[in-house]
Design a binder for this molecule. Sequence first.
Ligand code: SF4
Length: 389
Amino acid sequence: MARRLDGAGASLLAAPTVLGLYLHIPFCDAICNYCNFNRGLFDAGLKRRYLDALSLEIASYEDAGRVDSVFFGGGTPSVLEPSDVSGLIARCRSSFDVDPAAEITLEMNPETASRERLDGYRAAGVTRLSLGVQSFRDEELRRLGRLHTADRAIEAFGLARAAGFDDISIDLMAWLPAQTVPHWIESVETLVDLGPDHASLYLLELYPNAPLKEEMARGGWSQAPDDTAAEMYHAGLDRLGAAGYRQYEISNVARPGRRSRHNLKYWSDGAWVGFGCGAHSTRDGRRWHNVSETGRYIDRVSGGTSPVASCRTLSAEERLTDMLFLGLHLSEGIDLTAIERRYDVNVWARWGCELAPFVEGGVLAREGNRLRLTRDGMLLANEVMRVFV
Ligand code: SF4
């Protein structure tokens, strides 16, 4: 499709002047026991006031520009009615120059899917769904406190296809409590059988006070050793590769032409503006984020005060290290020549001594003007990236 970024000859360096918009929807029908995102329980009255504030914040944004992606993230954006989503998209279109063929993604939890709702999202202008499946095994979903079952996730995918969505991503999580490699591969196989256009594979990370930790102690479940997590990562990517998916980022694979335009902006020195509580933005060398608490956000915006909690101008050094840090997430890595042209810095001359051992150890690969993490290196990305910070 012509509107994709990754067509033949397209550069991974997104044009900084074309924006992505991120809209944060902080509501969920239940709180999962491993989640530390900015979210809370759904409340109809709060939702109404929040959407009014969100719409007002978008309308009040000065210096609007061209936009080629809009992303509804959360929380659970699919708790919104199609009319809510339609109103927000219309607000984006009236405030920004949104490409008629923009990628408009909505994150959906399987338990919220119905044909009527999906038809409504399509009619509202949503072009892409990101389904938060996490596992196709019921006992794993129960341990995570998820509301859906494996069958419900499969049904949701079928309903989305029947509603005409031809660009669907599925999220899966590995390294779950008591999960074995065969269990994990069973979920990956089910995903492959469904045939989404894109998939995101994450390893479960337990934050210090996650309620899941207590449940794991009570249930006698544990996560497999680190080596097994690495085995899960490789086995999942191998299976997806054999099924025709191409890895383009540490955690993301896609069919040809189906990479996420919006998410590519995060890794390729792009620009985006976030709206809603806790939303982050990066544009023209500045970075800012909104207050994270929902009520405070609503009060600020509806009271005519900016919701921005902090804003700063990045130094040239910070922009460069961000570009290196984020660009190395991509399978294609970074273009050392393009970076030298843009930032007047020879990466190898500056950091070669620290990077060379990673190349010798097979963690990084240097090929012509490109530097990239190897598949093994992707599991050690944080160690490599510490070189730049
Ligand atoms: S549905 Fe998603 S955002 Fe909401 S609590 Fe669960 S993991 Fe967190």
